[in-house]
Design a protein around this ligand. Sequence first.
Ligand SMILES: C[S@@+](CC[C@H](N)C(=O)[O-])C[C@H]1O[C@@H](n2cnc3c(N)ncnc32)[C@H](O)[C@@H]1O
Length: 441
Amino acid sequence: MDKKDPDLLEKVRQQFDSGPYPRQALEKSPKDNVDFLYIHSLITPYYLRNQRFIETEGKVILDAGCGSGYKALALAEANPGAKIVGIDFSAESVKLAQKRLQYHNIPNAEFYTLAIEELPSLGMEFDYINCDDVLYLLSDAAVGLKAMKSVLKPDGIIRANLHSYLQRFHYYRAQKVFKMMGLTDENPQEMEIELVRDTMKALKDNVWLKAQTWNARFEEEDEAVLANHLLQGDKGSTIPEMFSALEAAGLEFISMVNWRQWQLMDLFKDPEDLPLFLAVSLPETSIEERLHLCELLYPTHRLLDFWCGHPNQAKPWEPVAEWTSSDWQKAKVHLHPLLKTAAVKEELDLRITQLHPFEISKQLPIAKQQLSIDSTITACLFPPLLESAQSVQSLVQRWQKLRPVDPLTLERTTEDEALAILLQTLTGLESFGYVLLECQS
Ligand SMILES: C[S@@+](CC[C@H](N)C(=O)[O-])C[C@H]1O[C@@H](n2cnc3c(N)ncnc32)[C@H](O)[C@@H]1O
């Protein structure tokens, strides 16, 4: 248990005992929310780290600080066949999480009332640890990360996050105001929530604190006020602080969870036409510096949400952009299993038969950009990939059947031409995480 500030720890526990988070109705299920399940799938970070596909069957997953169990349910839905273990130091949260997974008939799930710092006492090891919206409540995030590392299998992966100091700057000011008013001396409840609302009502609309931390949602949702203006123990961090915590815990950064939205170059109007000093210096910057620049230039993310693991555990791999044509000929293609849904199949059938492009980014909006695939390429790739993983060779042959001749010259489509067309699309789909490409060397 974190000994640094026992009073604060007790306040955090009380806050979540009196209001387990999140307050989702028991019967609500995340199973049709592909976007939400994607970030809870072990397949996603395992691929980003190793460029390999992993089966989820039989894996052991921990939800550390599971709260009322909605994310534990998402972990179960996103990772079929995995065993789910949830811990939280709030006994009331644990009871609700247990009830939730029973209600949804998740058979292989168990929950314990336990602090993250006491994880080694469980005597279990995990393939994947999810620690969502918890670390920023600890007095030292590195202590929590170290405890999780001690129960992580050698090639296991941790997903954890910190609150962004830069994005939440205004809430930290609000928390100071309400602390001065004594609203967080004890566990804040209905009366304190109402006092926050009364204060906001009394302030002029253009007063910064109100303009930047208040909207209609806070009038209606008690939980939103508790999770922002009155959150006990909430701390903000920057990217350098996140990397320092990882270093102190002896963990290696793998990727940001929403990595497609942390692309520095996407912040420039024309990345091909940068001022010379940027064009020369940016390619030299480290991942940490690039991410820090992103948060300084455009701090839109509430969470610094990352995947990490034991150092030097990544399997050796070549970026797809550097594959040779012989690598491509030996490659295997998987559609991310979370895209194998009835809704995606229905949409695909419609697009293929009507000869319309398939807008895959609508099915799973990984980035803010739109991504559409031409209907013939869609017909070539997706029906077989929905069934099972395919070799690139078999997809090349399928393309040759679908487009036997070049439409301009009417010459026979060669294997090389078919490969050139498919690899362009596959490279794009892979960079967004829709397909996973394994090089079978
Ligand atoms: C904001 S809630 C997040 C719950 C859940 N992870 C989610 O994202 O829906 C934070 C949870 O962390 C738990 N928590 C905070 N500090 C903890 C600690 N040191 N050990 C175990 N649980 C802790 C709280 O009891 C609470 O349930």
